[in-house]
Design a protein around this ligand. Structure first.
Ligand code: HEC
Ligand code: HEC
Ligand code: HEC
Ligand code: HEC
Ligand code: HEC
Ligand code: HEC
Ligand code: HEC
Length: 332
């Protein structure tokens, strides 16, 4: 959860001076942009000229820029609700969902927008997790009301510092979220956490604060494949004690898309002759390990994940209908 910090809280500019390389790399990651001002979002930049509309004679949505952000109005006949979008969540690889501050007559509160943008499909659609079809009321058409606990956890995973009234002063996942103690360290050279020095289980817990180590419902849900820490810890490779997120992911970089060779090399670093770990005696030893042992799963046409439960996948483990071939190039 993002703690409430004063506005002078040192964000990345406080690190730039002494750690320019890490700061510049991190700035280009999706994590750094997991929450963006409305005007900078793909959600706003791709809005079509004609209004968006729900199916089944539902509500019509109109968006217009203002000083505070983007105004949104949901209208059907004489039913109408308005709100303002200041922040959009999601860097845009998979989806972008605005937070809407409900305006006049709607009752004050923050809503998770009913409309999201799905870059992979170049389409706007109903936010995943909300029901399809036409909405019962104008306010329901705008989105789902977030109580302050929901909102705090939502911003808590997508921002790095918030004020007491839940305004982000440091949107996105910034240095301090992984480098605990970095604020003191930047001020007076105190100790700072380097997650590269943590054991596998400790590092997985740190990343799992946001990527999740516990299933939201229970262990049988298919959507758990999106929670990499939860899945990874089931693997025998992880139970060896030597596997961490940074075995395969380079700090301050996104996942490597369309570069299976990069990851297969990591597998072979452990799975090689005389290491104690098993090795294929046939051509698979030169093959694409992740395509067989880390399935590529489509949870929704717009949302694709890599199952981090590394294993011999048995037929029926995952429904065949969600298994996809990892794209060889471009977006995945
Ligand atoms: C005035 C210069 C200075 C500033 C500002 C500064 N650092 Fe450092 N940092 C250092 C030096 C010097 C070291 C190496 C010595 C040490 O480990 O304390 C270091 C080490 C680190 C390490 C590695 C620690 C380890 O145990 O391996 C991390 C991580 C780090 N800094 C993060 C940050 C972050 C994040 C910020 C911004 C919030 C920041 N630093 C601001 C000078 C600075
Ligand atoms: C404060 C919450 C938070 C923490 C802590 C965190 N992440 Fe993330 N991470 C996110 C969010 C949110 C996204 C989604 C960014 C987006 O696309 O909007 C993300 C995305 C990613 C991605 C995918 C980027 C891409 O290629 O699309 C990787 C890889 C990743 N995180 C690895 C890690 C690792 C490894 C750690 C621990 C060292 C970690 N994360 C810690 C919140 C966090
Ligand atoms: C427990 C931490 C956590 C909470 C709470 C959370 N998110 Fe995220 N969110 C993430 C992480 C981590 C990712 C990256 C998923 C990935 O690529 O593996 C993500 C991804 C996203 C994305 C990109 C599309 C997608 O589904 O992958 C959107 C949009 C998003 N979150 C919106 C929200 C909104 C809106 C809320 C609150 C209503 C919220 N999130 C609450 C951690 C969180
Ligand atoms: C999502 C988590 C995450 C975020 C955010 C993050 N880092 Fe790191 N950082 C890491 C990890 C993991 C390592 C350890 C890399 C390794 O040892 O493989 C690391 C290592 C470092 C180191 C030590 C490098 C070394 O050679 O030992 C410095 C310095 C550092 N980060 C600075 C920063 C700064 C500055 C920012 C913000 C601009 C930042 N980091 C943001 C995860 C993160
Ligand atoms: C054994 C290697 C390996 C380890 C360990 C690993 N990952 Fe990954 N990760 C991958 C591969 C392979 C991909 C897919 C890259 C691509 O898109 O082609 C990936 C992709 C991701 C993504 C992008 C969304 C997705 O699911 O495709 C996130 C987020 C992520 N990893 C987070 C993590 C976190 C957090 C940890 C630690 C708990 C972790 N990973 C540990 C190999 C690994
Ligand atoms: C840090 C070392 C390490 C890395 C990296 C690693 N593994 Fe493993 N893996 C092990 C160990 C140890 C075992 C248990 C002994 C064995 O079966 O070889 C294991 C077991 C396995 C198993 C058997 C699991 C079962 O349930 O029978 C498979 C399959 C596997 N690894 C595939 C992979 C793939 C694919 C990668 C790369 C994406 C990978 N491993 C990366 C250490 C590692
Ligand atoms: C074409 C799919 C495929 C590819 C590619 C592949 N594997 Fe496998 N792997 C399997 C299957 C199926 C099994 C189950 C036992 C068998 O058929 O030999 C298996 C078993 C394993 C085991 C466990 C062995 C045992 O006897 O329990 C390990 C470890 C493993 N693979 C690692 C890897 C590594 C590392 C790579 C890449 C160098 C890789 N695999 C490439 C399909 C594949």
């Amino acid at each position: 959860m993002a703690p409430a910090f004063p506005a002078e809280f040192p964000v990345n500019s406080a690190c730039q001076r002494c750690h320019p390389a890490e700061t510049q790399l991190h700035e280009r990651t999706r994590m750094a942009h997991a929450m963006v001002p409305a005007a900078q979002s793909a959600f706003v930049q791709n809005l079509p000229d004609r209004p968006l509309r729900e199916s089944d004679q539902g509500f019509e949505f109109r968006f217009s820029p203002t000083l505070a952000g983007i105004d949104v109005t949901a209208r059907r006949g004489n039913e109408q609700a308005t709100g303002v979008i200041e922040w959009v969540l999601g860097a845009g690889a998979q989806g972008q969902t605005p937070l809407i501050e409900a305006g006049n007559g709607a009752g004050n509160g923050v809503l998770e927008s009913r409309i999201s943008y799905f870059p992979r499909l170049h389409q706007y659609g109903v936010t995943i997790g909300q029901s399809a079809g036409s909405s019962a009321t104008a306010i329901a058409a705008l989105g789902r009301l977030q109580n302050s606990r929901d909102l705090q956890s939502c911003i808590g995973c997508h921002a790095s510092a918030i004020t007491r009234d839940l305004q982000p002063v440091a949107p996105g996942v910034q240095c301090v979220r992984c480098h605990l103690g970095a604020d003191q360290h930047a001020r007076n050279g105190g100790k700072v956490l380097n997650p590269g020095k943590l054991s596998g289980p400790e590092q997985v817990r740190l990343c799992g604060n946001c990527h999740r180590t516990k299933p939201p419902v229970d262990d049988s849900q298919l959507e758990n494949v999106r929670f990499q820490p939860l899945r990874l810890v089931k693997s025998e490779c992880f139970q060896s004690g030597k596997l961490a997120c940074t075995t395969c992911h380079v700090a301050h970089q996104d996942a490597r898309r369309a570069d299976p060779a990069f990851y297969n090399e990591k597998c072979r670093e452990c799975h090689q002759a005389n290491s104690g770990a098993k090795v294929h005696a046939d051509a698979r030893n030169q093959g694409d390990c992740i395509s067989c042992h880390m399935p590529y799963v489509e949870l929704h046409p717009a949302l694709h994940f890599t199952d981090h439960y590394i294993r011999v996948v048995q037929p029926g483990d995952l429904p065949a209908s969600v298994l996809r071939t990892r794209p060889a190039a471009a977006q995945n």
